[in-house]
Design a protein around this ligand. Structure first.
Ligand SMILES: Nc1ncnc2c1ncn2[C@@H]1O[C@H](COP(=O)(O)OP(=O)(O)O)[C@@H](O)[C@H]1O
Ligand SMILES: [Mg+2]
Length: 133
């Protein structure tokens, strides 16, 4: 069974901090060690920040997942913003169309076990990232 938390709307900058801290608390509840709690929280922080910066608004859903006996956390970041023109470029370190460091998306991929991204100019951007215990 999957336990779903209410999606967190990202509309104001403070929502980034709210989503980040909820992710860490949930990761702790699932049983992740402190270092991994901060990896999951950092991934949520980067994804929420991208929503706020590039799409203006969107939502983050954090779920507890169970694959057989293995538990984990799934993050879904979704927006209806302008989309990412070149996903391969966006996944490269130091690539940024803003004034960022360009390590957000590639960082999320490194911090988590599974990473999926889809994006286009009509539907916006969706990232799914999972980490298993
Ligand atoms: N939700 C999003 N909507 C539109 N574009 C995005 C989104 N997230 C990321 N991007 C694009 O991908 C690029 C790389 O993102 P990221 O790795 O987080 O680096 P940074 O945020 O520092 O630029 C961004 O500069 C932006 O062009
Ligand atoms: Mg970023």
């Amino acid at each position: 069974m999957n336990h779903n938390l209410q999606p967190i709307n990202i509309t104001h900058e403070v929502d980034i901090a709210i989503a980040t801290s909820e992710a860490r608390v949930l990761a702790e509840a699932v049983g992740f060690k402190q270092a991994e709690q901060y990896m999951i929280a950092t991934a949520v922080s980067e994804l929420a920040r991208n929503i706020f910066h590039y799409a203006k608004e969107g939502k983050i859903t954090i779920k507890i997942i169970e694959k057989g006996t293995q538990k984990g956390i799934e993050i879904i970041a979704q927006d209806n913003g302008p989309g990412i023109e070149d996903i391969d470029k966006a996944m490269t370190d130091h690539f940024s169309t803003g004034d960022g460091l360009g390590s957000g998306l590639p960082g999320v991929k490194r911090l988590m076990d599974e990473f999926e991204i889809s994006s286009d100019s009509r539907q916006g951007t969706k990232v799914i990232a999972r980490k298993l215990l």
